[in-house]
Write a protein of this length. Structure first.
Length: 159
């Protein structure tokens, strides 16, 4: 009787073992053996490039009336609220650049070359572009300032 019980127990163990092997021989539903659970906090990954800029840049070129770049022109950037000024002398090709400008301030940029000025160009705080380009054209026949034009008009003899 003990022998019969032992044989039955052995048969059950053998059946269980072979049944488990058959289950393992069935095709694996996950061939890459990657985990079934996905750990994700559902936030997009922000690389350094994707972060919003904290300041803006204005750059451009100073040219004469014919479009020729002017090297050595003085470019003045004025903060409209504090009236602080930053200056830059154009490099080869008439290029200039001002960096680290606030998004919350209005600016004005203007160029001077010899005895002439360009038209003042505004940079609005409502324009949220991080990189702004302004071409400043200097006309050689334009007076340097409206005050000088007024002096010329008053110096004429009155009739």
């Amino acid at each position: 009787m003990k022998l019969m019980t032992f044989l039955r127990f052995g048969a059950v163990v053998l059946a269980a073992a072979t049944g488990g092997m058959r289950a393992q021989q069935i095709t694996d539903p996950n061939p890459g053996h990657t985990p079934d659970a996905v750990l994700d906090n559902h936030r997009p990954l922000l690389s350094k490039k994707d972060k919003a800029p904290t300041s803006r840049i204005v750059s451009g070129q100073v040219v004469d009336g014919t479009g020729t770049p002017l090297e050595g022109a003085l470019v003045i950037l004025t903060n409209d609220s504090t009236k602080d000024k930053r200056e830059f002398f154009t490099k080869k090709g008439g290029r200039y650049s001002f960096e680290e400008l606030s998004f919350n301030i209005d600016y004005e940029v203007q160029a001077r070359y010899k005895n002439s000025n360009s038209e003042a160009r505004k940079l609005s705080q409502y324009d949220k572009s991080p990189k702004m380009v302004r071409i400043l054209q200097i006309n050689s026949d334009a007076p340097t300032a409206p005050a000088e034009q007024a002096k010329k008009d008053t110096s004429a003899p009155k009739q």
